[in-house]
Each structure stands twice: as C-alpha cells, then as structure tokens.
Design a protein around this ligand. Sequence first.
Ligand code: AMP
Length: 288
Amino acid sequence: MRIADGKNMRRVTTISALHLELEAARAGRQRVGLVPTMGALHGGHAELIRQAAAATDLVVVTIFVNPLQFAATDDLAVYPRDLDGDHAIAQAAGAALLFCPTVDEMYPFGPSNVLTNVRVRGVADQLEGTHRPGHFDGVATVVAKLFAIVGACTAFFGEKDYQQLAVVRRMATDLSFQIKIVGVPTVRESNGLAMSSRNRYLTREQRDGAAVISQAMFAARSEISGGVRDFERIRGEVQAQIAASPVVSSIDYVAIVDAATLETAGPQNPVRILVACKVGTTRLIDNG
Ligand code: AMP
C-alpha cells in the first residue's frame, strides 16, 4: 500500500491522466480521498486534505475555478490564483495528486455552452440561492462532474460553506453517486474570522473588524445552547451587532434555520446560524 508521505505529489491536468493514476491506485486496492477546491489554498483547505489523508490511502486535490458558479458581476476574473503556493500546501498536508484541469478540459464545448446542468431544488433555493441565482447550479454541476471523473471515493467538504455541503449531500444521494461525503468543521483565524480565499482581499483593518461576524454568531450560539429559542430576537441581535461594525458595508442575510433542511427553525430540532455580508467590497459567509 502506498502511504501518502507528503512528498512527490504529482500534478495532472487532463481527465485521462487522472484516470490512469486512479486505475493504478485502485489496482493496488487504495482507497481514494477527494478534496475539491478552487485553489488559493489556506489552513481550511489544508485541514480537509489532512483529514482525507488520515481516512484514505490516496488523496486527490482538485483545483478548478469553476466559471459556472460565478455570476457576471462576481469576482471570477480576479479570483486569487497561486498554483505554486497551492502545490506546497497540498503536498505538505498529504495529497498525492493535484488535478488542475483547464476550463476547456472540464467544458469542451465552452462554459457558456454547457447543455446539461445539475439543479438541486429545496435546500439550494434560499439564502445563497436567493442572493446568488444560479450559483448552486454551477456548484452541483461541477461537483457532479468531479464525482463522475474520480469515481468511488470519500469526498471532503468544509462546513464553512454549510449550504453547499447540504446541496452536495442531497445531489449525491439523488443521483446515486458512490461517494461518501464528510463535512469538516470550519477552520478560523486566531480572531475567529473563518479562513477563506477571499480574505486575501481584506485590509488589515477589515480582517480585524470582520471578527465581529463570528463573535456575534457565537454569542447567539451560546444563548441557543443555553435553551433560549426566541430565534427572531436572537437573529435581530446578531444582525444589529454585525451592522454596527464600521468595516461591514452591507448584510445579505442573517438567518437561523433548521440545521438539516435549512428551512424555518422549529422549536425542537438543531438550528444553524448563517451569515452573509460584505466587508468593503468582499463578500464573506460564515455559519455556526
Ligand atoms: P473553495 O476553494 O472556497 O471552493 O473551498 C474548497 C473547500 O474547502 C470547500 O469544501 C470549502 O467548504 C472548504 N473550506 C473553505 N474554507 C474553509 C475553512 N475555513 N474551514 C474548513 N473548510 C473550508
């Protein structure tokens, strides 16, 4: 059995080259771990890769900035890219293969000429689904493609993108993918700010100030854990605290929802607090 030793990670750019690698791994009865990313790797991604390396024999990290999940007004063109830095982080965390396909490789007819989309309803419709129309269609489509390309494996996704994790889980079940999905808790900066590739856009002052998001959320979390179920009041307090921060320029939503369905929180079931806001021009999401 080949143990991922953090050395000699190989980089492949084509689906056929990846298939060859995976066929060899499976012939050696290796269990495959998959960590899909858009690159600009940070400590959150590294944690996903470490967990994948601990649970499987061969970890594939994919780096693909998927045009399908960005709106025309989004930051696709300037989304941070740092392949050398990514290589070092993925290798150190225990990845064996880095799959970095081109847009042509993933969308041979062009990203604006994809005729087959995966659309998840229900869990994808509110929150991010409302504020970023089409976003989850792009995510579900590219993740379905990655699942089809990689085949049976254990795939690791961050709770940082809580709704995305729920969408991917539902999609994998609905489409009968032979994929086990593992959710990994959010990795944070020392001030509580959730690590994100987009944090690179923040100034020092904005990074410091953005700590208000997790602080407000965790205060609400402990109130709820203490038995308070007045969600509308708690939600309003979180929103007011975040809105009062001088670095926050706008709030898309603060929501307290059922942790499993992401629908209206009931009096009994576990709940999740989800936040999306802008710090300067950078849109951040978090949950807890
Ligand atoms: P991205 O590159 O932003 O598409 O993220 C790739 C994967 O890393 C997704 O499953 C994210 O949820 C996960 N991820 C991003 N940031 C974090 C974080 N701070 N902690 C844990 N997982 C994360």
